[in-house]
Write a protein that binds this ligand. Structure first.
Ligand SMILES: *Cc1c(COP(=O)(O)O)cnc(C)c1O
Length: 410
């Protein structure tokens, strides 16, 4: 007889996006003439930068010749040309010294943020913000680090930190001791960013409690305010307590190409039950190279191309286009009288529903009257109730049209 891993049975059905799809299809079937604009899905729409495409073509040609063909990447953690470009441009240029041995390239920040918990003991207490990117929670449920569901999408044993308007959607470190903390800034779904002072409080908390911060910086490229840190390592002492996740997905339109990386600093330590101290980096690399055989050479060549002069310019242009959308969404909704957050240093706008209308009621109203699809905030956690997430990843003409329609019904 084969036993199933019953931790997987604790997972609540993937409810949010299937339900959005169901309501959208029902509406489309009843109103075939309506042109629905989606501002709901967190996927990019603009094509790859031409420099990236050229670099990938060259790499394919190299792979097609015996003398320049490449098989497995022997390092298992990414080619040096890519890790060196990351070290110099993503970190050194912002005053952060990262060694290329601390950079581990992968095929996605979703996998990295999901897999990282594997190397830590099952009795660690995990803290997440509410609302939250569901990957952090579900992977801990699968691992058996939680009890069963306890309503409102929550699981027993996880510490939820509600993010509200009062705290600018940046949680304070909890009063209790937790061991693993997931933070994501700029945030999906709220679009909030954390200041250096706010991150310093977390670093301080982690150092005091010997906790580790898992810092998801997938949206750092959207930061506009020069005072906002792009990396948690801009805070003194963070290398002792933080792992940072980054991705080419939103930065350079790689959602369908797949490339990301994780920083595990040499100073980062975890503990054994006998009091011994263990360096985390080698254990993550051991896990990574055992279960993963590297990102394709063609992909890594494309990723490195965003760090050329021309590549940087082209990638910035695309991000500027998305942030132009974000600005227009914020402005228009603000003029109509809605309260909106985010959208300044992030591609997400967190819209407060008026008059205590629920997230799903507001979603239905927008779909039925303006033919616009958002994402109900309640789907990201109970503290998301009363909010709707809009994304700035659309085509500008679609965004404009959606906003005109919202204006017309307001
Ligand atoms: C999109 C996203 C990522 C990136 O995931 P990839 O697997 O690299 O495409 C990571 N974290 C958050 C919160 C995201 O929204």
């Amino acid at each position: 007889m084969t036993w199933i891993n019953e931790n997987f049975l604790k997972l609540q059905a993937g409810y949010l996006f299937p339900e959005i799809g169901r309501r959208r299809r029902a509406f489309a079937a009843a109103h075939p003439e309506a042109k629905i604009v989606s501002m709901g899905i967190g996927d990019v729409t603009q094509p790859l930068a031409p420099t990236v495409v050229e670099a990938m073509k060259r790499a394919v040609e190299e792979m097609g010749r015996a003398e320049s063909f490449r098989g497995y990447d022997d390092s298992g953690i990414g080619y040096e040309f890519l890790r060196e470009a990351i070290r110099a441009n993503d970190y050194k240029a912002r005053g952060v010294d990262i060694d290329i041995d601390e950079i581990i390239v992968s095929d996605g920040a979703k996998c990295d943020t999901g897999n990282m918990q594997e190397i830590f003991g099952l009795d660690n207490i995990v803290a997440v913000s509410d609302p939250v990117y569901p990957v952090y929670v579900d992977t801990n449920v699968m691992a058996g680090r939680t009890g069963g569901p306890e309503g409102q999408g929550r699981y027993e044993g996880i510490v939820y930190m509600p993010c509200t308007e009062e705290d600018d959607f940046v949680p304070e470190p909890p009063a209790e001791e937790v061991d693993l903390v997931y933070l994501c800034f700029p945030n999906n779904p709220t679009g909030a960013v954390a200041t250096k002072e706010q991150l310093a409080k977390w670093v301080d908390y982690a150092r005091r409690n010997k906790a580790i911060i898992l810092f998801d910086a997938a949206y750092e490229a959207f930061i506009r305010d020069p005072a906002i840190p792009h990396s948690i390592y801009e805070v003194d002492g963070a290398k002792e307590v933080a792992i940072e996740f980054r991705s080419f997905s939103k930065t350079a339109g790689f959602t369908g190409v797949r490339c990301a990386f994780t920083i595990v600093p040499k100073q980062l330590k975890a503990y054994k039950k006998d009091g011994g101290v263990v360096e985390v980096g080698p254990i993550w690399k051991r896990r990574h190279c055992t279960k993963f055989n590297g990102v394709s050479y063609v992909t890594q060549a494309g990723a490195a191309a965003i760090h050329t002069k021309e590549g940087r310019k082209q990638v910035k242009k695309t991000i500027d286009l998305y942030m132009g959308n974000a600005k227009l969404i914020r402005q228009t909704l603000g003029e109509i009288g809605y309260t909106v957050y985010g959208g300044v240093n992030a591609p997400y706008i967190w819209l407060k529903t008026p008059d205590g209308v629920s997230s799903w009621e507001f979603f239905d109203m927008l779909l039925n009257k303006a033919h616009v699809v958002g994402t109900p905030g309640a789907g990201f956690g109970s503290a998301g109730e009363g909010f709707l997430r809009l994304t700035a990843f659309g085509q500008p003409e679609n965004v404009k049209e959606a906003l005109e329609r919202i204006k017309a019904i307001s």
